[in-house]
Design a protein around this ligand. Structure first.
Ligand code: NDP
Ligand SMILES: O=C1O[C@H](COP(=O)(O)O)[C@@H](O)[C@H](O)[C@H]1O
Length: 517
């Protein structure tokens, strides 16, 4: 099937402006993504990239930076002698620019026009802001003042997270950017939406006759979403201490995953139809209004000294650039309700934290048990069916069902069917940033967050943060390397549930593992 947006991109090309080209994100994610897209023929020869940051880089230095970034982080192996590298790197230039210096944008405009001539690009411009958020509005405004939005093609603004610090600041930022770019020109990144298995949630749900009919409160007991990390705050203590887990992961990635799990099937596969459905979920999300609601449904924690895989680790308050008496949460967990017809009464448990025992992103759907049945109950206590989306680092789906134990006693045991996608097609699937960069270049906005989504996400988070700011006694300390505050386990226990084990079940459960033989 031909993709007209892709054809248009290939025919007309684009200049990509990477603000923050000397930064961590550009090095680890963006430049490798450009290379993979080029290698796969997804970038036309009609493209150019201008790297922008304050520090001076000669053409040769910038080339060396690119080579280092790609050899270290790209999913394709690269050698400086490769012919493809020589062709690829010709499309890149670097310009030193302080984003506040309006005069500098004139030079940028000249550089852009020169590259458009050189590569026969028809005026399309994509501005990627891999910058600290406080610089976003300034760049947008200066692009306008500098005449960069007056080309003959489209203009698109790709913005990194976080989009604001709370609803008020997000609204202000949105107003400022909105004075320059139209909503359909703004692509707000939530890189979880670029992940293979997050995108696969829709397909698994809507393309399978044995899931969609069961996808409601009649059959689903609860949904559990875990985004656990083994890392601490690394070099980002300064940012993180003002943000905390709820703003860093909760407001964006976690709520977006809730929307993917809970949304109604869209009437059409247009970006706006899909995003409309996600917005409806966010509107139905029960707000924890009072401090009491927050205490009853939300858990926060902070890691202390501990041991992870045999290594002693310092507590959060001893990390670089973190206040020694910080009450910032490094763990956020909550019980959510989506108050609509489909989900009434089904708890969604979400949790994320730093310095937990494993790096993983998983979504577990726990189905309700079969009604008590004399025939079956005699043989064993039935386990609930589970459907598990493994998002990261393993990608795949895991289903747990009840079956007869081989032998003559007719006992029932849980067995697992495990489809490991990353094991089957290898680990070389496109990285989230690669997909998102490609989508932005084609003008495909499905997996970017629209303003109404962002604002509703802040509305939910703000109430919790307000309640927390009044009293920090509910900050639970947890040792690095543990699964976080026990208060979160208690919250599930109140409802008669528990967290299902992450990354696979007990060995004895797994009788048949498809794709991992
Ligand atoms: N790194 C990551 O993995 C992730 C990052 N993000 C987001 O991406 C954005 C960038 O993050 P990251 O790359 O880590 O940040 P870095 O601090 O590593 O990089 C910041 C970049 O901004 C440039 N810069 C700073 N001030 C100016 C200025 N006045 N004018 C022009 N350029 C300037 C810096 O270059 P110079 O000093 O030379 O000017 C540098 O290239 C942030 O919004 C972050 O939240 C989101 C998810 C993951
Ligand atoms: O956005 C962020 O995400 C990363 C985790 O991303 P993942 O793709 O590795 O799961 C997190 O470490 C970081 O704090 C946060 O800003």
């Amino acid at each position: 099937m031909s993709d007209s947006r892709l054809d248009a991109f290939k025919d007309n090309g684009a200049v990509f402006f990477i603000f923050g080209a000397t930064g961590d994100l550009a090095k680890r994610k963006l430049f490798p993504a450009f290379f993979s897209l080029y290698k796969e023929g997804k970038l036309p020869e009609r493209f150019a990239v201008i790297g922008l940051a304050r520090r001076a880089r000669t053409k040769e230095q910038f080339k060396a930076d690119l080579l280092q970034s790609i050899t270290e982080f790209a999913r394709y192996k690269l050698n400086a002698e490769d012919e493809i590298w020589q062709r690829f790197v010709e499309h890149f230039e670097y310009l030193s620019l302080d984003i506040h210096n309006v005069e500098g944008y004139k030079a940028l405009k000249d550089a852009s026009e020169r590259l458009e001539d050189k590569f026969d690009i028809k005026g399309n411009r994509l501005f990627y802001l891999a910058l600290a958020p406080e610089l976003f509005a300034g760049v947008a405004n200066n692009l306008k003042l500098g005449g960069l939005l007056e080309g003959s093609g489209w203009n698109r603004l790709v913005i990194e997270k976080p989009f604001g610090y709370d609803l008020e600041s997000a609204e202000k930022l949105n107003r400022q950017i909105g004075e320059v770019f139209r909503e359909e020109e703004i692509f707000r990144i939530d890189h979880y939406l670029g992940k293979e298995m997050v995108q696969n949630i829709e397909i698994i749900r809507f393309a399978n006759a044995f899931f969609e009919p069961l996808w409601n409160n009649k059959y689903i007991a609860n949904i559990q979403i875990t985004l656990s990390e083994t890392v601490g705050v690394e070099e980002r203590g300064g940012y993180y201490d003002h943000s905390g887990a709820i703003r860093d992961m909760g407001q964006n990635h976690m709520l977006q995953m809730v929307t993917m799990m809970a949304m109604e099937p869209p009437s059409r596969l247009n970006p706006e139809d899909i995003r409309d459905e996600k917005v409806k979920v966010l509107r139905s999300l029960r707000i924890h209004e009072t401090a009491e609601d927050v205490r009853a449904n939300v858990v926060r924690g902070q890691y202390t000294d501990g041991v992870l895989r045999g290594k002693a680790l310092p507590g959060y308050r001893s990390e670089d650039a973190v206040s020694p008496d910080s009450v910032t949460e490094t763990y956020f967990g909550a019980r959510l309700y989506v108050d609509n017809f489909r989900w009434a009464g089904v708890p969604f448990y979400i949790r994320t934290g730093k310095r937990l025992p494993v790096k993983t992103t998983e979504v577990v759907v726990e189905f309700k048990n079969m009604p008590d049945n004399v025939y079956l109950a005699k043989r064993t206590k039935l386990q609930p069916n589970l459907l598990v989306f493994r998002v990261n680092p393993l990608e795949g789906i895991y289903i747990k069902i009840n079956a007869k134990q081989p032998g003559s006693d007719s006992m029932i045991i849980p067995v697992a069917m495990d489809f490991c996608q990353s094991c089957q097609v290898g680990l070389n699937t496109p990285e989230a940033y690669e997909r998102l960069l490609y989508d932005a270049a084609r003008g495909e906005s499905t997996y970017f967050t629209r303003w109404d989504e962002v604002s509703l996400q802040w509305r939910f988070v703000d109430r919790i943060v307000q309640a927390w700011s009044k009293d920090s006694r509910d900050l639970n300390l947890y040792p690095a390397g543990s699964w976080g505050p026990e208060a979160m386990d208690k919250l599930l226990a109140e409802d008669g549930f528990h967290w299902w084990p992450i990354n696979g079940q007990e060995e004895s459960d797994v009788l048949w593992v498809k794709g991992q033989e």
